[in-house]
Design a protein around this ligand. Structure first.
Ligand code: ADP
Length: 187
């Protein structure tokens, strides 16, 4: 099934970057990324929505992974999701006192997720706005880091990827990603 109409698309070296406003659990892509916590055993927000949509087998597979450090990522199957895989990554909890470290950890979430997509030769992946919910990362800064990191890491980490989706849950998040596309000269 085709994805919902993007609010903005950019082509970079024959790869397509899309900004969508959608529920990530509905997307028909090779992998969706989950903004998980270090236990990988489910939580609220996008994590809860993914586990509800995927069925309890996802939780059972997550139990075998023994958690995930902040800034890293692990991959599972997608079970009842349309997505074939879920890449579980753990974003930093925002604290202004540790802004530089948090920015690096957030970029690392995108890089390690892309590296897993590359390792599994996936062609499409959708990211939620990692850390911008309960973890309170400033949404404009997070969007800029997300787009910048995907742009710089894509060719080396995941040459198989033809399409990267920034899946925003609301219009406001999409505007931050649109601004980032503009600031980085993509549109
Ligand atoms: P974190 O703990 O990393 O902050 P959250 O799940 O609380 O994770 O929020 C991350 C982002 O995911 C927020 O911008 C939130 O609006 C968004 N979000 C929540 N549910 C969904 C969903 N079903 N699809 C896409 N994005 C979602």
């Amino acid at each position: 099934m085709p994805l919902p109409e993007p609010v903005l698309t950019a082509e970079v070296e024959e790869r397509r970057l899309d900004i969508l406003v959608a529920d990530i659990t509905t997307l028909d892509v090779d992998a969706i990324v989950n903004a998980a916590n270090t236990s990988l055993l489910g939580g609220g927000g996008v994590d809860g929505a993914i586990h509800r949509a995927a069925c309890p087998d996802l939780l059972a597979e997550c139990r075998t992974l023994h958690g995930c450090p902040t800034g890293e990522a692990k991959i599972t199957k997608g079970y009842r999701l349309k997505a074939k895989h879920v890449v579980h990554t753990v974003g930093p909890v925002w604290s202004a006192a540790k802004a530089e470290r948090n920015k690096e950890l957030l970029a690392s979430c995108y890089r390690t997720s892309l590296a897993l997509a590359g390792k599994h030769r996936l062609a499409s992946i959708a990211f939620p706005a990692i850390s911008t919910g309960v973890y309170r990362f400033p949404a404009d800064l997070a969007a800029r880091i997300a787009v910048e990191t995907v742009l710089s890491a894509l060719p080396a980490k995941a040459p198989s990827l033809e399409r990267v989706v920034f899946c925003c849950f609301n219009r406001e998040a999409a505007v931050h990603h649109e601004d980032a596309f503009g600031e980085l000269g993509l549109v």
